[in-house]
Design a binder for this molecule. Structure first.
Ligand code: COA
Length: 479
């Protein structure tokens, strides 16, 4: 943290220092690509692992994101060490601050779990002075990230052309619901993306309606895609010296995650999808990839099976995979050693039409064990299984706390809360997981330290209305 602050200060103390840094970077871009990728690297650090800063130290992000998709992306970049400056509307902030509130008057978990490790500044982007401050931020940041409705950024005057004129090195990264095409102007939320990206039509049971999943494929999934786009653009900028636009459409992101279902769509031309249990049940396939219930979706058949206690515990289940190499061990375990040599069961193709019966038989065994017993017994035999963990179990799981995947952070108005830390572990860049900022908590420090405004100028900005909410809306937001 101290290293990040130091780096941030050094980077922005004066405009002269800033441009000097840019010149150094631009010199490096003249080298051919092959050299930039290896030849121009500094000598390997001799510092102990984890003590040479963070992966994205020195990268500053102008974070114009809200709700979930964009904030997921910028939170991840902040965990990696980027200085993420979240710009919020005075008095109101990101709408999620007040959504699904569990503690009256405090920022919601919806907000706090998506905006950790960031700084918050309030700026009215439509106020003339606010625009001036934003322009200054554009000049000093490396990346602008936004997920407004289509056209909103342009309506603020922050067109790509304007941004690029101020800062040709700026990467402008956007999440939109759809890419260019008939729906490009539509506003989109999570479940719309799951439906439009092919996930919903392929999720659920064959005889039921399409289903959306609990995992936020459209929002968090697209945020992850955007983070990769940004880091790639930063890498390319080392060679080209210029920024670029990065666009992730939520429909595209969901489709990317559902690509195996597009694979199956094409396989349908060659005949029934034999690994789907509907094949074994003799139910004909239609024209499109069907919903596959809990079928594994890969080459190794699997299903969710009841475990001991399932009558009272909705999560007393295990996912059981009948992986071919361990078929013999499975047969012995469930008391069916004869299946190892029976031609109806001995080979994977012979088993495909009988999967329902096979899983029913395995379930007779799993129902005599808890899901954790099944896990322990099967793992010793190399049989891939997984307990269905409830969110309660995950929240309390010590190993997830130990790895920093689940982190408890303190918060001045709501007290301690759990958040998901960085799921991507870098051996030389420890995750920087801190609480989310209060609305406008860092306005003064950003105006002075990052943008170089004097105390007098800051006082003037405060009375201009560019960073403070009119009394009425501030009161409404606090309610
Ligand atoms: N100061 C002044 N105005 C601000 C502001 C600030 N700091 N920050 C935002 N605003 C304004 C915007 O300029 C916009 O005004 P305009 O419509 O007059 O141009 C307005 O706030 C609302 O922005 P918008 O993005 O349209 O919010 P919304 O609540 O109407 O729609 C979404 C929300 C999520 C549907 C929409 O933003 C969207 O489709 N985003 C892209 C897809 C996406 O990310 N969806 C996932 C959400 S998890």
């Amino acid at each position: 943290m101290a290293t990040r602050k130091k780096a941030a200060k050094a980077k922005t103390k004066t405009a002269a220092k800033k441009s000097a840094r840019k010149v150094v970077k631009l010199k490096a871009v003249k080298k051919p690509a092959a050299k930039a990728a290896g030849g121009s690297l500094p000598r390997p650090s001799s510092k102990p692992w984890g003590q040479s800063g963070r992966a994205l130290d020195g990268v500053r992000i102008l974070d114009f994101t809200h709700v979930q998709s964009g904030p997921t992306c910028t939170q991840l970049l902040a965990y990696m060490g980027a200085d993420v400056i979240k710009v919020e509307r005075p008095g109101v902030g990101d709408i999620t601050r007040g959504q699904l509130r569990d503690v009256i008057g405090a920022d919601s978990l919806y907000f706090t779990m998506l905006n950790g490790s960031k700084r918050s500044i309030t700026i009215d982007s439509k106020h003339p002075k606010g625009k001036e401050i934003l322009d200054r931020l554009v000049k000093t940041c490396d990346v602008l990230v936004e997920n407004f409705a289509p056209g909103a950024l342009d309506r603020m005057g922050l067109t790509f052309e304007h941004i690029h004129k101020l800062n040709p090195r700026m990467i402008v990264a956007s999440v939109k619901g759809f890419g260019p095409g008939p729906y490009e102007d539509c506003k989109v939320y999570e479940n719309v993306a799951q439906c439009a990206g092919g996930s919903a039509s392929t999720t659920g049971f064959r005889d039921g309606p399409p289903l959306v999943t609990g995992a936020q494929l459209g929002d968090s999934g697209t945020g992850l895609h955007l983070a990769l786009g940004i880091v790639s653009a930063l890498f390319q900028r080392i060679r080209t010296g210029r920024g670029q636009k990065v666009l992730c459409a939520m429909q595209d992101g969901v489709l990317n995650l559902a690509r195996v279902k597009l694979r199956d769509q094409q396989r349908l031309k060659a005949g029934p999808l034999t690994e789907y249990s509907q094949y074994g049940e003799g139910i004909p396939f239609g024209k499109a990839t069907p919903r596959a219930g809990n079928d594994s979706g890969g080459g190794q058949p699997g299903w969710i099976l009841k475990c001991k206690g399932w009558e009272d515990d909705p999560d007393a289940y295990v996912y059981f995979i009948t992986q071919a190499p361990v078929w013999g061990a499975i047969c012995d375990l469930i008391g069916k050693p004869e299946w190892k040599t029976d031609p109806d069961y001995a080979t994977p193709p012979a088993r495909l039409p009988r999967l329902r019966h096979i899983f029913d038989t395995i379930e007779q065994w799993t129902m005599t064990k808890t899901k954790f017993d099944v896990m322990e017994i099967c793992n010793k035999l190399d049989i891939p299984v997984g307990p269905i963990l409830s969110m309660k179990e995950i929240a309390e799981e010590p190993s997830l706390r130990a790895t920093g995947t689940v982190v408890e952070v303190d918060h001045p108005t709501r007290g301690a809360y759990l958040t998901v830390g960085n799921p991507i572990k870098l051996s030389d860049s420890p995750a920087d997981v801190r609480r989310s900022p209060l609305l406008g908590e860092h306005t003064d420090e950003i105006l002075s330290d990052v943008l170089g405004y004097s105390a007098k100028e800051i006082a003037e900005i405060k009375t201009s209305g560019a960073i403070t909410a009119p009394e009425k809306s501030a009161k409404a937001a606090a309610a």
